[in-house]
Write a protein that binds this ligand. Structure first.
Ligand code: ZN
Length: 134
């Protein structure tokens, strides 16, 4: 697998406005991009070449709400940038890596993304993100 860099670290939060203020006021960082994606409100906070992806659930049934209910706020996933999410998924599947997404889907910024099962990634929910917007 040709991971290029860590694209972002996803952090599940109760209150996006509170979290944004914390990163802005405490770390001097600025929110670059916000969007609503399914049952999540997301804000991207760039730190050098990596982003912090703050994720607030907008429904009690979504995966982020269930994550917070179970474990509290905290690191939810790590996302690696790859050239081609689909080709990487095929290669990983052939290597026996457990996938949560068999095919790429649209993620934040309209980029192609896919998730790998934490059981295959040392307990870390792992996301693949394409380099370019699709
Ligand atoms: Zn992510």
């Amino acid at each position: 697998m040709e991971a290029k860099k860590i694209d972002h670290i996803g952090i599940a939060v109760f209150d996006l406005e509170h979290a944004k203020r914390f990163y802005e006021e405490s770390f001097g960082l600025a929110v670059e991009h916000e969007e609503t994606l399914g049952e999540m409100k997301i804000a991207f906070v760039p730190v050098g070449r990596v982003n912090i992806e703050l994720i607030q659930p907008t429904s009690k049934e979504g995966v982020i709400a269930r994550f917070i209910a179970k474990r509290g706020e905290g690191i939810h996933h790590i996302a690696y940038e790859v050239d081609d999410v689909g080709a990487t998924l095929e290669r990983l599947k052939a290597q026996g890596v457990k996938l949560l997404d068999e095919t790429p889907r649209a993620g934040a910024h309209g980029k192609q993304v896919a998730f790998l099962h934490p059981k295959s990634c040392f307990g870390v929910l792992t996301e693949l993100v394409s380099k370019k917007d699709n």
